[in-house]
Design a binder for this molecule. Structure first.
Ligand code: FAD
Ligand code: DLZ
Ligand code: SF4
Length: 508
C-alpha cells in the first residue's frame, strides 16, 4: 500500500495532518512550485519568493526527518503546471493507492482536489487543516440558527475554549474587549518597532534567480526580508513580543507617513504559511501580560485578531462559498483605478500605502481597511476587481482570509454577513489618525473644489446613494443626521464633485 501525501504550499506546519496520517517508511510526500499557482493572480514577487523558499526549507527539513519528498521546482515552461498535473505526473511513474491532503485554503483548490478520484481513479482523503482553532463543523454549529453572525460572540466562545486571558468563566480585567482603548494616533513617541529583518539565505537567492523575469509579478523583490523557516519565524515572534506588543494596543488604529509597520507584528505571513501556530503566538502574548511586559489592552487586542477575526473570517468563508465570491450587494460598477498597481496618485495616504505595498508586500490593517479599502468602497469599485488586487499584492494573502476581509469587511458586498455596517469614513478620519494630510496636495478640510480631499465628496455621495439600505441601521443614524444637515444645493454640488472624481479617477 503506497500512499501519497500532498503538502500544499501554505500548509508548512509541523503538525500537518498528512504527516500524522502517513508513514515515513513506506509513503511519499509530494510538493510542487507550480506555474498555475504562481500566476492565477498577479502575485507580489515577494509572495512567490516567500512561498517557494519556505516550501524548499520545509521539504529539506522533512527529508532530514526521514521522509521521501518528491519536489517539483519551478520552471515557466514545465509541462506540470497545476496541482492536478503534479499528482497525475507522479502517478504515472509510481504506484499510488491513495492521495492524502489537508483541507486547502481556497475553494478553487478544493474543487480541483474533489475531481481527482474521478479524473485519476485514485481514492482521495482530505484531512482537517490543523492550523486553525475552530473546525469548520464547530463554526457551523455555532452559526446555526443565529440571525446574524458577529465576531464578538464567536470570539468569546474561542476565549472560553482556549482559556486565554480568562479567570474561570470571566475575562481577566472584567471586560472581553478593550477596542475603545486602542484608538490613539501616533505622534512620534514611543519609538516605533519594526519587525525583525532576515537577510536572504542561499535558498531565497536561488528562488529569486529562478523566478526573476519569468512571471508577470507585482512589486519589488529588493527589500525581501521575510522569515522563511519555522526557526526564523519563532525569532520574529519573540522580537515582536519584546518590542511591538507593549504598544500594539494603544496605536493599533494609527497611521503614519514615515512608518510601514508602527507596532504591528507582520506575523500574518508566517501564520498563514503554517510556520507559526496560533497557539504559540497567543501563549507568548498572554505570558508577556502575566510577566508585566505588556498591558492588557495590547494583549487582548492582539489575541482577538488571531482567535477572533482570523478564525471568524475563515468560518464565514467556508460556510458561504462559493456564492460568497459573487457578492455585489451595493451593485458597484466602477473599475479599479490603474494606480492601485503603481501608486501614482496625488492622494498622499493612498500613494504611501500602495508604495509600502509594492516595497514590502505588506500594509498594516488600518491602511488596508481605512485607506485602500475605504477608498474602493466609497468609489464603488467592482468587488471582484478589488478582491483580486488584495489577493495579489500581500504576502499573507490567501482566499480564505482575503475574500471575507475585502468583500465583506471592506466592500459590504456580502450585504452585512460579516460586518454590521460598512467602515465608510471621510478624510477627517484619516486626518485624525495620521499625518498624511499635512503632506497631501488636497485639503482635508474641504469637500468641494479642485483641491478638496476626494474622500470627502465620495463619502457623502456614498451615504446619499445608499440611503435606503443604511438609513435605518442604528449604527449609522448619526451619519444620516449629518447628511440631513446639508441643504439640497450642497448635496447636488457634492454629487457633481463625486461624479467628476469618478470620471477623472485616473488623474486624481
Ligand atoms: P497584526 O496587526 O500584528 O495582527 C496580528 C495578527 O492577527 C495578524 O498577523 C493576523 O494573523 C491576525 N489578523 C488581524 N486582523 C485580521 C483580520 N481582519 N482577519 C484575519 N486575521 C487577522 N490578513 C491576512 O492574513 N491575509 C489577507 O489576505 C488579508 N487581507 C485583508 C484585506 C483587507 C481589505 C483587510 C481590511 C484586511 C486583510 N487582512 C488580511 C487582515 C489584516 O489586515 C492582516 O492580517 C494584518 O494586516 C497582517 O499584518 P500583521 O501580521 O502585522 O497583523
Ligand atoms: C500562493 C501559492 C503560490 C504562489 N505558489 C504555490 C505553489 O507553487 N505551490 C503550492 O503548493 N502552493 C502555492 N501557493 C498556495 C496556493 O496558491 C493555495 O493558496 C494553497 O494551495 C491553498 O491551500
Ligand atoms: Fe488622503 Fe484626503 Fe488626507 Fe490627502 S487630504 S492624505 S487624500 S485623506
Amino acid at each position: 500500500m503506497a500512499r501519497l501525501g500532498l503538502i500544499l504550499g501554505d500548509q508548512l506546519n509541523e503538525n500537518n495532518a498528512v504527516l500524522e496520517a502517513l508513514d515515513r517508511e513506506h509513503d511519499c510526500l509530494l510538493m510542487g512550485e507550480l506555474v498555475e499557482e504562481a500566476s492565477y493572480v498577479q502575485h507580489h514577487i515577494q509572495k512567490i519568493i516567500l512561498v517557494f523558499s519556505a516550501m524548499r526549507h520545509y521539504a529539506s527539513e522533512r527529508r532530514e526527518q526521514g521522509w521521501t519528498v518528491h519536489y517539483h521546482e519551478f520552471s515557466p515552461r514545465a509541462s506540470v503546471r497545476s496541482f492536478t498535473d503534479l499528482v497525475r505526473s507522479y502517478g504515472r511513474q509510481h504506484p499510488v493507492d491513495e492521495i492524502v491532503v489537508a483541507w486547502p485554503g481556497e475553494w478553487r483548490v478544493l474543487e480541483q482536489i474533489r475531481g481527482w478520484e474521478r479524473e485519476l481513479g485514485v481514492p482521495v482523503t482530505v484531512l482537517p487543516d490543523t492550523r486553525f482553532l475552530c473546525s469548520l463543523e464547530e463554526f457551523d454549529s455555532w452559526a446555526e440558527g443565529r440571525k446574524q453572525l458577529r465576531m464578538e460572540f464567536f470570539y468569546r466562545q474561542m476565549r472560553r475554549k482556549t482559556a486565554y486571558l480568562m479567570d474561570g468563566e470571566q475575562p481577566v480585567g472584567g471586560q472581553w474587549n478593550y477596542d475603545k482603548a486602542n484608538r490613539k494616533p501616533w505622534r512620534g513617541e514611543p519609538p516605533s518597532a519594526s519587525p525583525m529583518r532576515f537577510t536572504p539565505d542561499e535558498v531565497v537567492a536561488e528562488v529569486r534567480d529562478r523566478v526573476a523575469g519569468c512571471l508577470d509579478a507585482f512589486g519589488s523583490a529588493t527589500d525581501f526580508d521575510y522569515p522563511v523557516t519555522r526557526a526564523q519565524a519563532r525569532r520574529a515572534l519573540g522580537h515582536f513580543i519584546r518590542t511591538g506588543l507593549p504598544n500594539f494596543g494603544d496605536f493599533q488604529d494609527a497611521l503614519h507617513d514615515d512608518e510601514d509597520y508602527l507596532f504591528h507584528s507582520r506575523l500574518s505571513a508566517s501564520l498563514n504559511l503554517g510556520l507559526l501556530g496560533y497557539q504559540e503566538v497567543c501563549q507568548a502574548a498572554e505570558q508577556a501580560w502575566r510577566d508585566g511586559q505588556a498591558p492588557l489592552n495590547a494583549v487582548e487586542g492582539f489575541i482577538r485578531q488571531i482567535i477572533g477575526w482570523r478564525e471568524f473570517v475563515r468560518g464565514i468563508y467556508w460556510r458561504e462559498m462559493p456564492d460568497y465570491a459573487e457578492g455585489n450587494a451595493l451593485n458597484n460598477k466602477q473599475p479599479l483605478p490603474s494606480w492601485y498597481w503603481t501608486g501614482k496618485t496625488q492622494m498622499r495616504c493612498l500613494h504611501k500605502t500602495i508604495d509600502a505595498t509594492r516595497r514590502n508586500a505588506y500594509a498594516h490593517h488600518i491602511q488596508r481597511l481605512m485607506v485602500t479599502g475605504n477608498f474602493a468602497l466609497l468609489l464603488g469599485v467592482v468587488p471582484k476587481e478589488i478582491c483580486d488586487w488584495y489577493l495579489a499584492v500581500y504576502a499573507d494573502a490567501y482566499d480564505w482570509v482575503e475574500l471575507p476581509n475585502t468583500l465583506g469587511m471592506v466592500m459590504h458586498a456580502d450585504d452585512g454577513q460579516l460586518a454590521s455596517k460598512p467602515y465608510a469614513a471621510s478624510g477627517k478620519y484619516i486626518d485624525r489618525m495620521s499625518n498624511y494630510c499635512r503632506a497631501c496636495p488636497y485639503s482635508v478640510k474641504e469637500t468641494l473644489g479642485d483641491k478638496a480631499c476626494p474622500f470627502n465628496a465620495l463619502y457623502w455621495d456614498f451615504l446619499v446613494r445608499h440611503r435606503d439600505r443604511f438609513e435605518a441601521n442604528p449604527r449609522m443614524k448619526m451619519m444620516y443626521r449629518n447628511v440631513d444637515r446639508k441643504g439640497d444645493e450642497e448635496i447636488n454640488q457634492i454629487q457633481k464633485r463625486a461624479r467628476w472624481i469618478r470620471d477623472s479617477i485616473e488623474s486624481v
